[in-house]
Design a binder for this molecule. Structure first.
Ligand code: EPZ
Length: 418
């Protein structure tokens, strides 16, 4: 297993190209199950999770190839309806095949995703929604079996605006008989991107991106070519890196509108952030003010940026309260940051972060995707050297991270584990 070695203290300057969004690509690739034919996706990030979902489609009988950030998927021969534990265990987002499989093959057998580092992450709302659309659901031996001769439209209400739940049920509803209304739907940009793709396939989805989405079932869908939107969380990660190292970075490939909550909080912390409609420029260098954040469903501050922002608050000038309201266990990075000198106290779902002058490099261990990104950020700003182990977590969601940071002037390299 590789590790990442960072010599901290460099000021990052230059331009970085943000890759396609992992969390937009995954549901869009799952949506190819809905009908037979050849799909082409451009600007697909080269990530482990993309490899996993393409492997899953091949296991279901499709053909998938990926090169130069383009994925070509042929679902003509798709005929199996089981997603194995081996694959689902590797990536919870595999649950996104559930809705499309029931729609296309009238049946699905998907391993229940286990918990993960950041929380139990149940899928009850996915299953209750499918039942509302007429599916029979059975849970046994760690698998969920869903069956429906024909899904019928219905009204779905989410207690919590679940992102993949909204995506799964939007996909299940597109060819259902009648109309489906999803209330308290998630509003993330990735939901709009999926709805745009589905509508281009012939679906009839209205008001994606708002809390009430209406889907009129259609009788046929066609394969399409689509381009993946930029990854707003990768963008936010590089924006924090510019603020942390006192540098100046111009980001291309991400829509500033998608990362507004982070832009707003960086400005509140005294960081200069400018943007036109196709790029974002972040300039650090001045004193960082401590600000409070509370993670919320979009358009609130994204939970996927909580760990990264905590690193910035660790070297700010006062006390910051960070409240994690989406996941019950998303402070795992705190113990590793403490080992680098951060002064953080946890009380329930709140982290009190007292800014310290400097972090110091240390051997640390990645535990989940965004926590590992926060350790890279901490290493960039810490004195001396930081060695990060278990970086396979990083490779799931950040394309060529060490190359991109090295291109901005960081002293960072991937080395074989000691
Ligand atoms: C998506 O996960 C993202 N993953 C996550 O990004 C992101 O952190 C999360 O949304 C929140 O924004 C993808 O899009 C592939 P949820 P998802 O369903 O859909 C509870 C990353 O780092 N819940 O919106 O699984 C759940 O436990 C990943 O890229 C239920 O209780 O998250 C959580 O507390 C990490 N029952 C809350 O809702 C359900 O049936 C929000 O979860 C579904 C969810």
């Amino acid at each position: 297993m590789d590790e990442i070695l960072i010599k901290g203290g460099r000021t990052l300057r230059g331009e970085v190209s943000i890759s396609g969004s992992k969390n937009a690509a995954l549901p869009m690739i799952a949506a190819t199950i809905l009908t037979g034919g050849q799909f082409v996706f451009h600007n697909v990030p080269d990530l482990k999770d993309i490899e996993t979902i393409c492997q899953l489609l091949v296991d279901l009988g499709a053909k998938a190839e990926f090169s130069n950030n383009t994925a070509r998927i042929d679902t003509t021969g798709l005929s199996h309806y089981e997603a194995s534990y081996e694959l689902v265990r590797k990536m919870r987002a595999s649950v996104l095949v559930l809705g499309p499989l029931v729609s296309r093959l009238k049946r699905a057998r998907v391993s229940l995703p286990g918990g993960c580092a950041i929380g139990a992450r149940p899928i009850n709302m996915h299953l209750e929604g499918l039942q509302k659309l007429g599916a029979k659901i059975k849970l046994e031996h760690g698998y969920v079996e869903a069956q429906a001769d024909r899904l019928t439209g219905g009204e779905i209400f989410f207690d919590i605006p679940t992102v993949t739940g909204t995506e799964n049920l939007m996909m299940a509803a597109v060819a259902a008989k009648g109309t489906t209304v999803i209330r308290n739907a998630a509003r993330e940009p990735e939901i709009i991107a999926l709805a745009d793709m589905l509508n281009n396939m012939g679906a009839d989805i209205r008001d994606a991106g708002t809390t009430v989405i209406t889907i009129h079932g259609v009788s046929s869908l066609q394969p399409v070519t689509a381009t993946i939107i930029g990854d707003r969380i990768e963008a936010g990660t590089y924006m924090v890196a510019a603020a942390l190292t006192g540098g100046k970075i111009r980001l291309t490939g991400a829509d500033p509108l998608h990362i507004k909550p982070v832009i707003h909080k960086l400005r509140e912390a005294g960081v200069t952030v400018g943007n036109d409609d196709s790029s974002i420029t972040v300039e650090g260098g001045g004193p960082i003010k401590s600000v409070d954040i509370k993670t919320l469903p979009y358009p609130g501050f994204p939970t996927d940026m909580q760990a990264q922002f905590m690193v910035l608050m660790s070297v700010a000038g006062g006390l910051s309260v960070i409240s994690e309201s989406i996941f019950e266990n998303r402070f795992i990075h705190v113990s590793e940051l403490r080992r680098m000198g951060a002064d953080i106290t946890i009380s329930g779902n709140h982290a009190m972060v007292k800014g310290v002058g400097k972090l110091s490099g240390a051997p640390v261990m990645a535990t989940d995707l965004r926590a590992s990104a926060s350790l890279v950020l901490a290493g960039l700003v810490a004195k001396n050297t930081t060695r990060i182990s278990r970086i396979y977590h990083l490779d799931r969601g950040y394309e060529a991270i060490e190359k991109k940071f090295a291109g901005l002037g960081a002293s960072i390299k991937r080395v074989p584990a000691e």
